[in-house]
Ligand binder design. Structure first.
Ligand SMILES: Cc1ncc(COP(=O)(O)O)c(C=O)c1O
Length: 381
């Protein structure tokens, strides 16, 4: 059987149209956009601003509210550490939740070293933050609430608009790591009302190493201390010569995602649901994690009791998916996300994530289901 890629939440292939859009910026329009004195610099600067418009359009933001970074990890750090630098002395608490990506949890934990108190909200058995928990955590000392829009492992979607409404009532800023949401579900920063939002090109068929941070009202509205200082690029928020080709790729990916999103997300949801139905019909003790919650349309996370996920994946080398332990480089630990929704270490170690995407075809779904059932059968026998 031909290999089937089922790991789109880890990363996506670059869309060939994105690659085409990028190519001239390596060899022909290689000017530094900071230099407006010659035509190659001006052309590069125009391309960067076009990409800013394309990224803004996907999020329903204004171009002046988008700042390019090296990816969501950096955007999260900039949003969390950069705003905390200007937190008033009376607001030294931050709130997050247990199933955040480590790229949010790590900078938040670092704030402890600077005297901040960190509140980590638990989640329910489907991965949802309980609004009542958030409400009781909120008080006038909270500076920042950082809750992800969509989870990379189980796909659960948090009620961001409700979270923002509660947090704003207490005067807190709200950041959301929307890395898994942008390009997969409609994201409108005005509907959500967030102050800061992180995203990354390689999760939406763009290149790796480029991403962005949305800042409501732009840099003047929300004071952020840059992580990188020097040449003053990105309005001083992120110094370093602009990755023009990467930025152009991000812009093109955003534009394609904007056009494709409604049809593609409906298509993937149908395929994902078909896959789940067919697995449930053949595997009586199958547990589908977060199934009762609103989820990303392309994601399913399966606990296959009694088998080790690693062993299962080795049985099916033609299916490229990930295990409940593989969301961080070389992490041997069972997933903190799965343990936070109540799975034992053993169950977490028996879990696999399948994430579908643009190249997934309807006729592959029965093959995927059959392969999993067969591999499970041979491991159990
Ligand atoms: C939810 C989430 N946040 C952040 C990241 C990190 O993104 P990047 O690879 O762009 O730094 C990822 C990707 O692994 C992710 O899934």
């Amino acid at each position: 059987m031909n290999p089937i890629y089922l790991d789109y939440n880890a990363t996506t292939p670059c869309d060939p149209r994105v690659v085409q859009a990028m190519l001239p910026y390596f060899t022909e329009i290689y000017g530094n956009p900071a230099n407006g004195l010659h035509v190659l610099g001006r052309k590069a600067a125009r391309a960067v601003e076009t990409a800013r418009e394309q990224a803004a359009a996907l999020l329903q933001a204004r171009p002046g509210e988008i700042f390019f970074t090296s990816g969501a990890t950096e955007s999260n750090h900039l949003a969390i550490l950069g705003t905390a630098e200007y937190a008033p002395p009376a607001r030294r608490k931050v709130v997050t939740c247990a199933i955040e990506h480590k790229a949010v949890l790590s900078p938040i934990y670092r704030l402890r070293e600077h005297g901040f108190e960190v509140v980590v909200l638990p989640v329910d058995e489907n991965g949802l933050v309980r609004l009542a928990d958030l409400e009781s955590a909120l008080d006038g000392e909270i500076f920042l609430v950082s809750i992800q829009a969509a989870n990379n492992e189980i796909g659960v979607l948090q009620p961001i608009a409700e979270i923002v409404a509660l947090a704003h009532r207490h005067g807190a800023l709200v950041h959301t790591d929307a890395t898994q949401a942008v390009g997969k579900i409609p994201v409108d920063v005005n509907v959500w009302g967030v102050d800061l939002l992180s995203f990354s090109a390689h999760k939406l068929y763009g290149p790796k190493g480029i991403g962005g941070l949305y800042v409501r009202g732009g840099k003047r509205q929300i004071p952020i201390r840059p992580l990188l200082e020097g040449g003053g690029q990105e309005s001083g928020l992120r110094s370093g010569t602009s990755n023009v080709a990467g930025i152009v790729g991000l812009g093109a990916a955003c534009q394609i995602a904007h056009e494709a999103l409604p049809v593609e997300s409906a298509r993937l949801q149908i395929l994902r649901d078909e896959l789940e139905e067919s697995l449930l019909a053949s595997i009586p003790d199958l547990k589908i994690n977060a199934r009762a919650a609103p989820r990303l349309p392309n994601t399913t996370n399966l606990t296959l009791t009694g088998v080790e996920a690693d062993a299962l994946l080795l049985q099916m080398p033609h299916l490229m998916m990930s295990t409940g332990a593989a969301c961080n480089t070389g992490a041997p630990e069972p997933s903190h996300v799965l343990q936070s929704i109540g799975l034992s270490r053993e169950q977490a170690g028996s879990s696999v994530r399948i994430s579908l995407g643009r190249m997934t075809q309807a006729e592959q779904i029965p093959l995927i289901a059959q392969s999993i059932v067969a591999a499970l059968g041979s491991l159990k026998s």
